[in-house]
Each structure stands twice: as C-alpha cells, then as structure tokens.
Design a protein around this ligand. Structure first.
Ligand SMILES: Nc1ncnc2c1ncn2[C@@H]1O[C@H](COP(=O)(O)OP(=O)(O)OP(=O)(O)O)[C@@H](O)[C@H]1O
Ligand SMILES: [Mg+2]
Length: 257
C-alpha cells in the first residue's frame, strides 16, 4: 500500500508543483520508490519541473480512456532511479473525471510505489473535492501573506471534512527582511492561525527559478530552498529535524549608524 499525499493550496502560483518535484525527487534519492502524479489537468507542469517533458508518451487521459494501464503510463526518471511520473492530460476536462476513476488509477499504481504524491490544482473547486478523499495526507502550500493564508485555511477545512487525517503546511516564498518589518507573516504565526503542523519553511530563492528552467528539482542542490526541501523530506521520513530560525542579511557598515 502506498502512502498517498496530496499537495495543494488555496491560492495558485504558491509553489505546489515546485514542492511536488522537490519532495518526489528527495524521497526517491532517499531510496523510496515514489510516483508523482500531475492531477492539475488542463495544465501540465510537473513533467517540465522534473525535466521529463520529452519523455511523455502516455498521460492520464490515456489511462482514463483505458488505452493504457496506469502502471504502463508511468515515466521512469533516469536521473532519479526510484522516481516515476504520471503526466497530466491537457485535453481532459476535470469535470468529466469521476472520483471512482481516480481511485482505480491510484489503486493500480499503489503496488509499484511506496509514496504517491499528487500535484493538485489550487482552490476549492468540485474536481479538487473528488481528489482529496483519496489521500491519506494533505500538504497545503501557502505564501506568507494574509490572503493566501485565509485561502489555505479553507483548504485545510476541506481536507479535514474529507477525512484526510494528517494535514500540514509548507510556507513558501519567505523573505526574512519582510518578515522582520511585518510585511510578511511569521511562519509559526501562520500555523498558529491555521491550527496545523508546520512541515517546512522555504525561502524565496532565485535558485528555484533557475532549477525550474533547467528541469531540475531544487532538492539536493546546495541552495537555501534546496536544503529546506531536504529537511522536509527527512521530516516526512520520520526524522526529527528542527526548523532553523530565519536568516537575515548581515547589516553593512553604512547601515549600522
Ligand atoms: N521558494 C521559491 N522561491 C522563488 N521562486 C519560487 C519558489 N517557489 C516557487 N517559485 C516560483 O514560483 C512560480 C510558481 O511556482 P509553482 O509552479 O511551483 O506554483 P504552483 O502552486 O504549482 O502554481 P499553479 O497554481 O499555477 O499550479 C514558479 O516560477 C516557481 O519557479
Ligand atoms: Mg502547479
């Protein structure tokens, strides 16, 4: 049986696909057989984030039509031998997909992977509500700003209502200087408000953008965001890894006066 985790958010563009790629690659690098599934139908980003876009032959649409089995539609990553991807279909309308069909798809993959990570669409739509009852765990990604946190709260409630027992939050795009001035929320205050476990804090880091452009997950890279994702992977694997305090830039001599 796989451990099925849905990665989601209230607001779009907060770092879900980045998280799915980084955590998936991190788990695979730790020796865990992992399947990442791009259920953000209509769009297709996870294959690009993993550098696998030229290898997509089958996608979820083909599996749902019965043209190919879910197992055979999985793309094996050469860079990460334990990592597999099921790519999203750009042509399938999410409203035509049933919870039953998604359940069958996950059941079919369940035997081949220890961890299944689902990259889901943002928001609280009907399609999203078909996905969440299938997950054992939910990771909600939020930016450290009030509007995103408010939407994350709604999503956490939906996860709870759907019976997703374990729920945690990744605060992504943190800029310590803005937290210091109060323009961004403190990650710990966010999880206090949300009443959820803080799984990790990802700094706003240009390395994420350069990795994304090169089709490389940021985990395993010697960068602030990469190291933050590596700590998240270790926490998922059950290790006690404290969240380090935010790193502020050192003040220059001219600012000290
Ligand atoms: N920690 C970070 N630092 C800097 N840039 C980041 C960070 N996390 C994500 N990004 C960038 O922000 C953009 C959105 O990230 P991503 O695609 O992962 O978000 P998403 O939540 O999956 O978006 P969508 O809702 O559209 O699916 C990308 O360009 C990504 O490279
Ligand atoms: Mg995405």
């Amino acid at each position: 049986m796989s451990r099925i985790t849905v990665i989601t958010s209230g607001k779009g563009g907060v770092g879900k696909t980045t998280a799915a790629a980084a955590i998936g690659a991190g788990l695979a690098a730790a020796g865990k057989r992992t399947a990442v599934i791009d259920l953000d139908l209509g769009l297709r980003n996870l294959d690009v984030a993993l550098g696998l876009e030229t290898q997509v032959f089958w996608h979820i649409g083909d599996v749902l039509k019965g043209t190919v089995s879910a197992e055979n539609a999985l793309i094996e990553s050469e860079r990460y031998p334990n990592l597999m991807l099921l790519a999203a279909a750009q042509t399938v309308k999410p409203e035509t997909v049933t919870e039953e069909a998604l359940r069958k798809l996950l059941d079919a993959i369940s035997g081949t992977a220890e961890h299944i990570l689902i990259d889901s669409p943002a928001g609280i739509g009907e399609y999203f509500q078909k996905i969440i009852p299938l997950a054992d765990e939910g990771i909600v990604v939020t930016a450290p700003v009030v509007s995103a946190v408010r939407d994350a709260d709604k999503v956490l409630h939906l996860l709870e209502t759907a019976g997703v027992g374990k729920r945690s939050v990744i605060v992504s795009g943190v800029r310590p200087e803005l937290v210091r001035t109060g323009a961004m929320m403190q990650p710990a205050d966010i999880t206090d408000v949300l009443g959820a476990e803080l799984l990790g804090v990802i700094p706003d880091d240009d390395a994420v953008i350069s990795c994304a452009n090169e089709g490389r997950p940021v985990s395993g890279s010697n960068t602030p965001a990469g190291q933050a994702y590596d700590r998240i992977v270790r926490r998922i694997l059950g290790e006690e890894v404290p969240i380090p305090p935010l790193k502020f830039k050192k003040k220059g001599w001219f600012r000290r006066r």
